[in-house]
Design a protein around this ligand. Structure first.
Ligand code: NAD
Length: 378
């Protein structure tokens, strides 16, 4: 058997949106080989996917339970070592729990679970079993986000006094206005999505990016969420005021009904010495705002960047790196942890980031439902 890490997928087959990003990312660092999985809820479609990718048909499984049973029956050197969970949200917790309990390393899509208690119990289990658990908050893998993190840690903008993250999409607008159309969207169904649609799906990325880049924690939130129609159960838009644990203020605005917007995620952090701003749709440019001087633009691959940002860049300056590359960096971080080689804090989001994210989602919902009161992110 080769030395590459054997990767399994749960979901991620032909009918999946995010599967292609994980598959390409896994191959970017030459660390993994896709070996098997439960590729689709429909077993026939999962098998078609296995044929298309020329995978061993015997390792396309009809369910997670059978996956675990058959893989554990194999000799350790043949066994899948890490499993990526790419299914709708409500399945993450049960699947992760079964896989971690059986000793598999896990890469899991966000939101990690449906409740904060589930996330905490998963964190405990991961610690007990000593497995590696990566959470794919993809945006943390961009070189210029890692540069932003490094510059803030180096004190380049001074003491943080304001954070502002925005995540605007418009894709739910065509579905939201008619009940029949709404039913087609699993993210609007609480049984599949969990407690929240907009804040759980994209607001949590903004939350994670703020904590990731600043190294601060969001202590309290005051939120105003909108479902647009009373009979629509989950939020599709929201504004959340933030109090950070250093006393500074901030805001997260997120929407899936911002008509015409595609994936407009941006983050700005302002300190008493200047600011840093990054936009996901223009990921090559990190703006450094300096009082009384022209704005500086940082770009990937240049020697003036931090070691962390340079390690996260694969190609010479001027060659755009995007979403696949960012996910590739997270997969590389998880690979290093599995192989026991050196990796930085921040090389990949962990189960603890999942606990923080779920605590944020619960606090936001609690604040909004109580009529906009401050709620602690515990
Ligand atoms: N990190 C990111 O930026 C990002 C982006 C998009 C989606 N996501 C997350 O990825 C997850 C999936 O989202 P999506 O948009 O790809 O959904 P999707 O509806 O496109 O795909 C879901 C896949 O899961 C499969 N599936 C469902 N139940 C299954 C089961 N029991 N066993 C095996 N496979 C099963 C389906 O067949 C389908 O292929 C969600 O949790 C979402 O929040 C993350």
């Amino acid at each position: 058997m080769g030395n590459k890490i054997k990767l399994g997928l749960i979901g991620g087959g032909l009918s999946s949106f995010i599967g292609i990003v994980h598959r390409v990312a896994a191959y970017m660092g030459e660390n993994y080989v896709l070996t098997g999985g439960v590729f689709d809820i429909d077993f026939d479609k999962g098998n078609q996917f296995a044929v298309q990718l020329e995978l061993d048909a015997a390792r396309s499984y009809p369910s997670l339970d059978i996956f675990i049973e058959k893989e554990l029956a194999l000799a350790e050197e043949e066994r899948i070592q890490v499993v990526s969970i790419l299914t709708p949200n409500f399945l993450h917790f049960e699947m992760a729990k079964k896989l971690v309990s059986a000793g598999f390393n896990v890469i899991c899509e966000k939101p990690i679970t449906v409740t904060a208690d589930e996330a905490r119990s998963l964190e405990k289990l991961v610690q007990e079993k000593g497995v590696v658990f990566g959470l794919t908050h993809t945006y943390t893998g961009y070189p210029m986000i890692r540069q932003m993190k490094s510059m803030i840690a180096q004190g380049k903008i001074g003491r943080i006094q304001k954070v502002d993250a925005q995540y605007y999409q418009g894709w739910i607008n065509p579905f939201i206005h008619q009940e029949e159309e709404r039913k087609k969207v699993w993210r609007l169904n609480p049984k599949m999505s969990g407690l929240s649609c907009c804040m759980g799906d994209i607001g949590v990325h903004a939350f994670n990016l703020i904590e990731y880049t600043t190294g601060l924690e969001i202590d309290k939130v005051l939120a105003d969420l909108d479902t647009l129609y009373p009979e629509n159960e989950l939020d599709v838009d929201g504004t959340t005021l933030l109090r950070m644990n250093n006393g500074s203020r901030g805001v997260i605005t997120a929407s899936q009904i911002a008509s015409g917007e595609e994936n407009n995620l941006s983050i700005a952090v302002y300190g008493d010495q200047g600011g840093l701003k990054w936009e996901q749709e223009h990921p090559m440019y990190l703006k450094h705002l300096i009082e009384g001087a022209p704005t500086q633009i940082y770009k990937p691959g240049n020697p003036y960047n931090s070691e962390f940002a340079l390690e996260s860049t694969k190609i010479a300056p001027g060659h755009p790196e995007g979403l696949f590359d960012a996910m590739g960096n997270i997969y590389n971080g998880v690979a290093a942890a599995i192989q026991g080689t050196r990796h930085r804090v921040g090389a990949f989001p962990t189960v603890h980031d999942g606990v923080r994210g779920m605590s944020f989602i619960e606090a936001v919902l609690s604040s909004s439902s109580q009529g906009q009161v401050w709620v602690k992110v515990s």
